[in-house]
Design a binder for this molecule. Structure first.
Ligand code: PMP
Length: 429
């Protein structure tokens, strides 16, 4: 029986009157895949329930944070207890140090850090600091990478910007993006040319790209970024908002053995509450106010609810590290290879990219190693695939240019159900 979406439809009508496009973040809308987004009322473990009582297996995990599944009991309890002591003080609490110690233990490159409330704030602040520290203006980012929506970073950005085919963003003065160089990912030659042409303050990179769909770094590429930045006196910022605690407890820098100057974190860090952080070498971080001349601040930074959720989340990941990441690897491999196998058997061109529990099925037979490669995907076919799976109770991110995620709450049976739904879709095409 097809799903009923009566209540979601009514709520969508109201939302479109109140919010541009009916949403409070463009990536939640469904124009790239067609159909209306269901409105959610509750989630537990790997499942989402909408207003009309339909259940979905969740493969976007609130865009990353829900690595232990939704409403994970230790996180829920920590938030409840913290809320009873006050939602915000605007003064220091021990919990900030407690979470910071967990972060520093997992990320040896972070000597000092500062908490903020989103990934956007983290990357924006890290760039300001890198410019102040080096006394240079130019920054390098990569096509298809998304680092939040600060003006200077909305250049050839991924995620919703790529999904909706927006080249940059209206409202960003040319001057604000003038010092941003956007280069192809996985291309060392392009970097050497940029360093030769401009004094570069920093490179900011998603070490495993997630915002053009999942694109792993080529062998030696991150090492080349490290060597080139060192050679030219520029800083290397790894934007691990998505990869942090996801591809490994210590992020992509642990997985690939890279020691950046600065790191940005978000998503999993706050256990689902608004939270981000940027950190790195102490001599760089000490340029921040009140010690140094670089201004950065936040009324809700280090919010006690976010800290409590983060401590419960990161504490659990640390204590159960081996089993968590082994399970994620095993289940993700089975899922990603299983679905790719059904496409292969049906003669549908597909390239599956995966790093741990972060993955994308691209509808192209060519390898996807950069944004141009991702853009060769058949996005119309991805839209049909998305709609068919949603109808079968499986919710993928509603864009070819967004990574999907798996959690420890997913089961073998969820995965079998997903592979079967994919098989049915490819057979029906
Ligand atoms: N950096 C990366 C790598 C991200 O994936 C995102 C969000 N998807 C951001 C920064 C921005 O984070 P936020 O949405 O919390 O501002």
């Amino acid at each position: 029986m097809p799903r009923t979406l009566t209540r979601s439809h009514a709520l969508q009508q109201r939302a479109e009157k109140l919010f541009p496009g009916g949403v409070n973040s463009p990536v939640r809308a469904f124009p790239a895949v067609g159909g209306e987004p269901p409105f959610l009322v509750r989630a537990e473990g790997a499942y989402l329930w909408d207003e009309d009582g339909n259940r979905y297996v969740d493969y976007f995990g609130s865009w990353g944070p829900m690595i232990l599944g939704h409403a994970f009991p230790p996180v829920v309890e920590a938030i409840q207890q913290a809320a009873s002591r006050s939602a915000s003080f605007g003064a220091s609490t021990a919990t900030e140090g407690d979470l910071a110690e967990l972060v520093v233990a997992a990320y040896p490159s972070i000597e000092k850090l500062r908490f903020v409330s989103s990934g956007t704030e983290a990357t924006m602040s890290a760039i300001r600091l890198a410019r102040a520290f080096t006394g240079r203006k130019y920054i390098i980012k990569f096509e298809g990478c998304y680092h939040g929506h600060a003006d200077g970073l909305l250049v050839k950005a991924g995620s919703g910007v790529a999904t909706f085919g927006i080249p940059g963003s209206a409202g960003v003065p040319e001057e604000a993006a003038h010092f941003t160089l956007a280069l192809p990912f996985n291309d060392v030659g392009a970097l050497e040319a940029a360093f030769a042409a401009h004094p570069i303050a920093c490179i900011i990179v998603e070490p495993v790209v997630g915002n053009a769909g999942c694109i792993p770094p080529a062998e030696g590429y991150l090492q080349a970024l490290r060597e080139l930045t060192q050679k030219h006196g520029a800083l290397l910022i790894l934007d691990e908002v998505m990869t942090g605690f996801r591809v490994s407890l210590g992020g992509a820098q642990e997985l690939y053995g890279i020691h950046p100057d600065m790191t940005t974190l978000g998503k999993i860090l706050g256990g689902g509450l608004p939270c981000g952080a940027f950190g790195g070498r102490a001599e760089i971080m000490d340029q921040l106010a009140p010690l140094g001349p670089v201004y950065q601040a936040g009324t809700l930074s280090g919010n006690p609810l976010a800290m409590a959720a983060g401590i419960a989340m990161i504490g659990y990941l640390q204590q159960h590290r081996a089993e968590v990441y082994a399970k994620l690897e095993k289940l993700s491999a089975r899922l990603v290879d299983g679905v790719a196998g059904t496409a292969g058997a049906a003669g549908v061109p597909m390239t599956a990219n995966r790093v741990g529990a972060m993955f994308t099925w691209f509808f192209t037979g060519e390898p996807v190693t950069d944004f141009a490669g991702a853009a060769r995907s058949d996005t119309k076919r991805f839209g049909s695939f998305h709609r068919a799976l949603l109808e079968a109770g499986i919710w993928l991110p509603p864009s070819q240019f967004e990574a999907a995620f798996l959690s420890t709450a997913h089961t073998e049976s969820d995965i079998q159900q997903t592979i079967e739904a994919a098989r049915r879709f490819f057979a029906s095409e």
